[in-house]
Structure formats: C-alpha cells, structure tokens
Design a protein around this ligand. Structure first.
Ligand SMILES: [Zn+2]
Length: 549
C-alpha cells in the first residue's frame, strides 16, 4: 500500500484504538525499584500533569516502594488488582510510567497486561508510545525483550529522577562549573535505611572574585585572551567560550532542555547568581552574532543539543569504518536553507582536512530508504509469524507454569489433609492429651493455609485464559507500525527503529542495515538462509540503491 494511504488509514484508526477519550477514569500505578535514582514522588510528579493534560480523571493512585523478591511484596500492585477486578469496572484505564513496570520480568508483565486487557482495561505507559490495540502484546513483547537488555529505559528513569532533583533545587549531577561548590543535604532515607542526599550549590569563595571580574570584562567586550590574562581561571584561554555559555552564572539551570527553577521567568533563581539573566543573554547574543558571521558555531553542533535527527546514533560513516574508525553520522541543517537537512560524517564535519570522502545524504532520502527496507524486509509474513508464535508461546508458557503450580498446591493440600486426618483418627481412637491436641491445632492451621492457597490458584486459572494472537491481526498491526515510522515524536521513533536496527553503515551509493539479535529476527534469518543458521546477525544489504539524487 502506498505510504499516503497507509498514513490515512492509520490516522483514521488511531482515534479508535490509540487512547482513552477525555473524561475517562484512570488509576495511576508507580513503582520504585531498588537502585533507581528517582523516587515515587518524582514519578507521581511526572505522571499527574500528563494525565491531566489528556483530560482523564484520576480515580486512585497506587505506588510501590520496590522491594526485590516475591509478588507478595508488591502490596500496592496487589491492591490495584483487587480494585480493578471489581465488577462493574471502576475505571477505564491504567496509566503507568512504563508498562514494563507491570511485572518483575517480561513474562510477568505480559501476563498481567493480557489479563487486564481481557477485562477491558486500556493500559498506557507514558514512556512507551505503544498504542492500544488487541495486537499490542505483539509489539509489547518485542519492546519488552529489548527493555530487558537495554539500558534506555533505565536512562529515562534516571533522567526523570535528576529532573526531579533539579526542580527541588538540587544539582542534578555532573561536573560543577568553576565558581560554584556543592553542599550535601540529607533528603531522606531509602527503604533499606541508607540516607539519600541532594547537593545544594553556592558560590565558591575561593574564586568568586575572579569569576565576577571575568563576567564584567566580558560584558565590557574584552576578548577571551584578555580575560584569561586578567583572571587565569583555566590553563588556557580556549576554555572561556564554554565558560561564558553556562546560564548557571545567571542563577538559572539549563537542564534537559528545560530551565530551573520553573519560576525563573519571575525572577526566582536556582543558585546565587554572578550576573543578571539580561546580562547573560546579552553575552550569548553577541557570541551568536559572531558565530553566524563565521559560519556554524557551537550552537550548530549536533552534540550540543537534543538531536532532532531520527538516525542519530544509528547511522555510521562507511568510509571511516573501512579505516577502522566508527564515526556516527551527524545531522545538519543548512542555516541559510532551514528546510534542507542532511546527514554527514561526524568526523569529516569536526576535523578540518579529514581524509573522509563520504558525501552528505539528504535526511529524507536516507530515512525513507531505511523505512522502506525495514517495512519490506523485516515486517514480512515470516517475521510476523515468528513474532506471533513467540508471543503465543510466551503466553502458553505462563499458562504451563500456572498448571505446574496448581499441581504442586494440590499435592501440598492433600498432604496437609492426610496429616490432619491421621491425627483426628488417632484422637478418636486413643483420646486426646495436651501434647497431641497441640499437634492437631498446628496441622489444622497448615491444612487451612494450603487449601486457601489452592483455592486462590484455581480462581486465578479460571480468570486468566491465555491470549491468542492471530496472524491476520498481526499483519494488520504491522501495517500500522510501518505507517507510524513516518510521523510522531522523533525520540520515540528512534527507539522503535533501534529495536530492530543495530546500526546502518552508510557509503556513498549504498549501505548496510545491521539488525539487532531479536529472537524473532533470528528465526527469520535462519528460515531465509538454512545453510547459515549458525550466524547470529545477518546484515540486510541494499545494493546499488542510490542515496544521492
Ligand atoms: Zn567518515
């Protein structure tokens, strides 16, 4: 199907299955795992506005302070399940930071999600970007497989934790700029009793005078060289361009694309400033004007901002790779023609006189070529069949575990009942005494526990039927995914591509897409090349696909 039609089809369907309508009632679930840098508060802080923005009503919130160990430890999660198992349904949806939080591992969360979905709930992960559909488990299983080995999810959690710290006025980490020092402050305690600290920052009295002088000189128009000679903050004058870019000197923290404190515009400050924000802006404006006269400056450097280029970190220069250097392609937009952007070898761009000969590639051309290959070669019927088989096997294995568990519980209950009956017979025949009656009470209690456990396992089995995914459904869903690759949030789409693509090696006229080692992709490759089933990854090559128009 042509791209346009696919996109239209997807747009039409999106409002049906994508999200909960405004006014839907939801519960929020949050979990803090041991070792994570953020807290329950920071999760709640990030989730509530997200929910409110979409017009959903929060019925209840459940938060688990994570403890490693058995399911029984997750009390809030169990309480949420009890709440959600009511009839009629008390809410329409469940909102969580990331649906991989739903279980301790892939199988676990797969099971809970399938079960809740079967009961008619919509489950949304703020950071997932997975749309709701009966086929969501297929994609979820792919992405969760990735989440288990990928630190990207942990990275997002860490970032959120740090943003939360920044909001509370604490330094989010990383080296402090010269002129400031930090002081540890006790924030509270972790579940295990270990203290949690935050860092407040203040002016460093040892250099404060020189910092002040440096800014005064800069505001008066002095050159970096003159400033260096006057204050000697660093070993060399070349560090001052970075120094004068730090808004912290104006008391405003620039972090993750946001400014802190949130009320900076009304004059609130993150720390004691050396200069006013107006003065800082004046210095920055002057530097910007200078760099525009001199061609692309630091502002244009792709690594100095959050990349809006889809293939950042995924595409590498083939020319440099042949020389044994892995150099990422960097996205670049011509400031004179903002609608024209391209990918170029990062080394060629940085190092003057670099021997690299790779020509630049228009962004749209490289991206579209990759989409087409991914759509045509990865989302094949074979791949989808393999993925569906895997998803179903996972669900069936979960069912098998439950059956085994049930057999064990039945045996335990029979043993306990047998022991109790023996004691009862003995007392009936021989009469009781305090010692034997004590044994009887213990045995009676054990039998009651065993039979309660068996009862709840049986109920669980009755309620959870394994979810089956048909291939026709999967194929339709895959079609939507392909359409999805063309629009939406760049970071999300990049993550999605990264689930399949390890890297793309780009040469002038062709390139190689190296796939990740997902189980289903492995199955697909084995099917395609039976003689080469031992190989782990099989690059998918596009040959003689011209990348330059
Ligand atoms: Zn290169």
């Amino acid at each position: 199907m042509p791209r346009f039609e696919l996109t239209q089809k997807w747009k039409k369907e999106r409002h049906v299955w994508r999200e909960l309508p405004e006014g839907s009632r939801v519960v929020i679930y949050g979990r803090h795992s041991p070792g994570e840098s953020q807290s329950i508060d920071s999760q709640a802080h990030a989730m509530r506005p997200w929910v409110e923005e979409r017009g959903w009503l929060v019925a209840r919130e459940f938060y688990d302070e994570g403890i490693e160990g058995s399911r029984d430890d997750r009390l809030a999660f169990q309480a949420m399940l009890a709440f959600l198992h009511q009839t009629p349904r008390p809410v329409e949806g469940i909102v969580t930071w990331n649906t991989s939080r739903f279980g301790r591992d892939q199988l676990d969360s797969q099971f809970y999600k399938a079960d809740l979905r079967r009961r008619g709930y919509v489950i949304l992960g703020k950071e997932d970007g997975i749309e709701q559909s009966p086929l969501a488990p297929v994609l979820e299983s792919m992405l969760e497989w990735k989440a288990q080995q990928d630190l990207a999810v942990i990275g997002a959690d860490t970032k959120r934790g740090l943003e939360y710290l920044a909001l509370q006025g604490y330094w989010p980490g990383g080296p402090l700029p010269i002129g400031y020092v930090s002081e540890k402050e006790l924030l509270g305690h972790r579940k295990n009793g270990a203290p949690r600290y935050g860092n407040r920052i203040r002016k460093d009295p040892a250099v404060a005078d020189r910092i002040q002088r440096a800014w005064e000189l800069r505001l008066a128009g002095a050159s970096y060289r003159d400033i260096h000679d006057a204050v000697h903050l660093y070993d060399s004058s070349k560090y001052y361009s970075t120094f004068f870019q730090h808004s912290l000197f104006a008391g405003v923290l620039d972090y993750g694309g946001k400014r802190y404190p949130a009320t900076w515009a009304t004059g609130d400050r993150f720390c004691e400033p050396y200069i006013t924000l107006e003065q800082f802006d004046a210095v920055r404006e002057r530097a910007r004007a200078w760099s525009q006269r001199r061609g692309p400056g630091l502002e244009q450097h792709p690594r100095n901002r959050v990349s809006c280029y889809l293939l950042s970190g995924l595409a590498v220069c083939g020319v440099c790779l042949k020389r044994g250097q892995e150099v990422s392609l960097a996205g670049w937009t011509d400031p004179r023609r903002p609608s024209f952007s391209s990918y170029r070898c990062g080394r060629k761009q940085r190092v003057r006189g670099s021997a690299c000969t790779l020509r630049s590639v228009p962004c749209w051309l490289l991206e579209d070529t990759i989409f087409e290959r991914v759509a045509g070669e990865i989302f094949t019927p074979e791949y989808i069949r393999a993925e569906v088989t895997r998803a179903n096997a996972m669900l069936a294995a979960r069912g098998g575990d439950r059956e085994r568990q049930l057999r064990l519980l039945e045996a335990a209950e029979a043993r306990a009942r047998n022991a109790l009956e023996n004691l009862a017979r003995f007392i009936a025949t021989n009469g009781g005494n305090p010692v034997i009656e004590k044994h009887y009470r213990v045995a009676d209690r054990e039998w009651k526990l065993a039979s309660a456990a068996l009862q709840s396992a049986r109920t669980e089995r009755r309620q959870a039927r394994p979810l089956k995914v048909t291939e026709a459904d999967a194929r339709e869903y895959a079609g939507n995914l392909v359409a999805h690759m063309h629009e939406g949030d760049v970071a999300l789409r990049r993550r999605f591509l990264a689930a399949f693509i390890k890297r793309v090696v780009v040469y002038d006229d062709d390139g190689v897409i190296e796939l990740t080692d997902t189980p289903a992709l492995g199955a697909l490759n084995a099917a395609r090349r039976p003689e080469n089933s031992g190989g782990r990854k099989s690059p998918s090559r596009w040959s003689k696909v011209s990348l330059i128009p």
